[in-house]
Design a protein around this ligand. Structure first.
Ligand code: NAD
Length: 349
């Protein structure tokens, strides 16, 4: 498992990024972000001083190929020798696309709990189709987690982003060949996130709770980077890519239903999950209840899916091979999707 350097403390975006950039020997870095993250990216750029040659706030969800192409042009015209990506999975995704196409080293400053910063996985969308792949060149060389960048994240976004992280850990626990070390990281990641988010919801400005959530995101993201994901991530990819559903919200609604489906075939994973959730008897019910108490969205219908799409989504989800503890059939997936579409209490279909 390749490792990035990780710094996690309040204030680190401004006081640790320059040192990380210097350690990598970079002298001309381009800071990238999304539009909403531009003010924070500007602050990071100012902290970098003359080492920063520009800020490019062009990131968009799922990294459209033309957006990646524009960032490459900007980096080349400025003769950048590295990139600092500030933002959620979309901004980090743009930094990764830049690294993939140019080989420039990447430093990530995450502002959500997506976990992308800990993986060598890139994504690019062309003609409405999102391709993903693995390449170590896109793995950030350093990751700087700064809880103070997340205090303004609305509670709703914090919750769905946190469950996005939990999904990496949950599927990592039943991934083929998961090592004891990765299983420990997954369990600890879930425990940290599940403990932190209610405190974040009670007081979004609680820096200590925000730090614990980022710690959970770090561990869950590292699990994603070290394993291969199953049915849950496939369904989230299909619903986001082909039906335009929002990324983290879709993960949040789906997760309990996929875990209910997989639970008979993955008792060890569910046992660990139950330990982390503090309910060994009914981990799936515990997760579903916890999400509900935090006001998470409950149904795919609420997110904009229509009932007539369920069949096509199920077919797309079984169309390619990927590891999953329980055999994936169209009927099985339809059962998962129906439950998630209606938002009824998950049970084993
Ligand atoms: P995102 O980066 O699109 O951010 C979601 C929204 O939150 C945006 O509007 C953004 O401006 C806003 N935002 C970000 N940080 C904020 C903050 N601190 N305060 C307030 N608003 C903030 O979404 P995401 O969920 O972070 O990432 C999703 C994307 O990342 C998807 O494209 C997904 O496929 C990708 N992803 C990739 C990997 C990987 O390993 N390659 C892993 C996870 C996610």
């Amino acid at each position: 498992m390749p490792g990035s350097r990780v710094v996690l403390r309040a204030g680190a975006a401004l006081d640790a990024v320059p040192g990380e950039v210097e350690r990598l020997g970079l002298e001309r870095v381009l800071v990238v972000s999304g539009e909403r993250g531009a003010p924070v990216a500007g602050e990071v750029a100012r902290a970098l001083g003359a080492v920063c040659v520009g800020v490019h706030a062009g990131a968009r969800m799922h990294v459209p190929a033309e957006v990646a192409g524009r960032a490459v042009e900007v980096a080349e015209s400025l003769r950048a020798d590295g990139c600092v990506a500030v933002g959620g999975g979309s901004a980090i995704g743009l930094g990764k696309a830049l690294a993939l196409r140019t080989g420039l080293p990447l430093v990530a400053v995450p502002t959500t709990y997506s976990g992308s910063e800990m993986t060598p996985v890139w994504g690019l969308t062309e003609g409405g189709v999102k391709r993903t792949g693995r390449d170590l060149v896109v793995l950030p060389r350093a990751v700087v987690y700064d809880p103070s960048l997340t205090v303004g994240m609305p509670v709703g976004l914090s919750v769905v982003s946190g469950v996005n992280a939990l999904a990496h850990a949950a599927e990592g626990l039943y991934a083929p060949g998961v090592s004891p070390l990765v299983a420990l990281m997954a369990e600890e990641g879930v425990r940290a996130m599940v403990g932190a988010l209610p405190d974040v919801a009670a007081d979004p400005g609680d820096l200590a709770a925000r730090g614990r959530a980022l710690y959970g995101a770090w561990l869950c993201g590292a699990v994603l980077g070290a394993t291969v994901m199953g049915l849950h991530h496939k369904l989230a990819h299909v619903l986001g890519g082909s039906f335009g559903l929002p990324h983290a919200e879709t993960h949040t609604v789906l997760l309990p239903y996929v875990l209910a489906f997989n639970s008979p075939a993955a008792p060890g994973a569910l046992e660990r999950l139950g330990r982390a959730l503090g309910d060994s008897r009914d981990p799936v019910g515990a997760l579903w209840g916890w999400c509900g108490r935090l006001g998470a969205p409950r149904s795919l219908g609420e997110l904009g899916l229509v009932e007539g799409d369920l069949g096509r989504a199920a077919e797309l989800a079984v169309g390619t091979a990927y590891p999953n503890p329980r055999e994936v059939t169209v009927d099985g997936v339809l059962g998962v999707l129906r439950g998630a579409f209606e938002g009824r209490e998950p049970g084993v279909p």
